[in-house]
Write a protein that binds this ligand. Sequence first.
Ligand code: 5GP
Ligand code: 5GP
Length: 203
Amino acid sequence: TLLHAQDFDFFYFAQHVSCDSKIKCCYPTNGKPAEDFGIHGLWPNYFNGSYPKSCNKNGRYDETQPTLSCPSNNGTRFWSHEWKKHGTCSLSMLDTHSYFQAALALKEKVNLLQILKNAGIQPNGGFYDLEAIKKAIERGIEHTIGVECNIDLNGNSQLYEVYICVDKSGSNIIDCPIIPETKRCNEIVEFAVFGSRNILDGG
Ligand code: 5GP
Ligand code: 5GP
């Protein structure tokens, strides 16, 4: 029950460049999604950088609870995974429905792609200064963030994931109490065309 739920300190809200060669896209039945960052997850974390996972081993994922717009089996399997691995660790704050609701509301609140476009940083396969990407997002949301890259088929480092930090309620963006390690990023990184499926190593 909620009384015995495990505690945590804050969330990472992770958005990634999805639909690469390692990640199956969840295409809604009404067509391909917009070219945009995808929600990877809303992950409970501790201030020291470690994190709890799979907090309710007996807990089921009630798939009637989240009302998300992507009805394919792939989506359901992934959401179930995210709920069991991460969502169950924020049960002290959010039930299943509120957990997914919080992630969707954060996605609406922060238009990462627009923030980058406003700074002249486009998903066009071009190369950009990693610091410029970080600064643009940090100016846009007025809080610090983390980023992660992966390696494309030509061996180029490319922007893969953006971590925004969120308080325990799941609704307020905060400065990251601890910035996740900037994996696989060079000083200059590619911003791939969404859906270009050119990723060699997603980590
Ligand atoms: P990766 O090795 O690609 O960085 O992470 C693999 C998976 O580990 C992520 O998709 C996520 O489930 C989990 N993970 C990695 N880093 C963190 C973190 O700092 N906090 C939490 N809560 N989960 C993480
Ligand atoms: P994590 O352990 O990081 O919470 O979950 C990562 C796992 O989910 C990885 O095995 C990755 O391949 C998969 N994954 C990440 N993003 C997506 C997605 O958008 N859709 C689906 N179906 N799987 C994903």
